[in-house]
Design a binder for this molecule. Sequence first.
Ligand code: KG4
Ligand code: ZN
Length: 337
Amino acid sequence: MDIFTLGIETSCDETACAVVKNGRELLSNVIASQADYHSVFGGVVPEIAARMHVEAIIPCMSDALEKANLSLNDMHAICVTYGPGLVGALLVGVSAAKGLSEISGIPLVPVNHINAHISANYLAHPDLQPPFVTLVVSGGHSEIINVSDWNTFEFIAGTRDDAAGEAIDKIARVLGLGYPGGPKMDNIAQNSDSSRFAFPKPSAGNGLDFSFSGIKTYALNVLHQYEQRNEKIDIPSFAASYQSAIANVLSENAVEACLQLGYNTICIAGGVSANSFLRERIAETASKYQINIYMPPLHLCTDNAAMVAAAGYYNYIKGIRADLSLNAYPSIQHMKD
Ligand code: KG4
Ligand code: ZN
């Protein structure tokens, strides 16, 4: 029997709903992005995000069901992101999902946003099987995760301070590229000299942890020095060198984690996994060790609900359920699945 899951995602500034069949087949994927409203503020304003989710959530869900040619009653599970993320934003999705589940009798399935990002790969790659290592890199996360089963995730290493996306967005903002700066910085740096500027390695000592606050401060200092000297900086090469330094350490540490676990597969996930420098570097580094590399297509790297519906499918078949006491959590420490 086919299993249909409805995914609901409101953890940050995208209101998203999607329908997935058997955890692997995307039937619809609707995203109402608020990015333009936040860009004037140079970042996501939590209260605006929550209010906009309230307006968008029901039309978004109706649209997702309509595009999938199915109705709510055809769904086997209502899967919702309950963290980590902005609490006010998350609560909109969680409340909508609870209400729907309560009136329809369809099981409510909680989904962790990080697990959802990893699961974007399940939609894109029918041959992908655990175990594997995933590098999750986004605006809020930079983590290496051991995925020993579809929904069994173990934290291996992470950032001690800023997330990779945060470090990229901050420098993009200072360069005047706008918000969100990641895709813009990636774009502007194409075909530029990535060895023009030398940056310190953004690692946190000998282990597999990252630290991006040092490289961010270093970049800010270089920009100040140019400004003080009234000298024009080669922005594309600066952006290429900066992203390259970040991509190098992310790739090296993910490959090292994979080798230590004795696995032969790495996935990347999260908004920063759309970065062309990272995609190229990790593919190169992995191939040196005959490690397979899987990446989501660009439209499934950033926040969406298809990944929530995919992760939700595996939670559903494992019997993971939530009831009306489900709450929203800003950080991963308080989450169960
Ligand atoms: O996964 P996501 O949509 O939201 C979070 O869960 O944080 O990730 C958003 C982050 C932002 O920092 C954005 O600038 C970054 O992903 N991003 C990129 C690229 N596309 C999105 N960073 C670098 N290069 C890109 N092409
Ligand atoms: Zn995300």
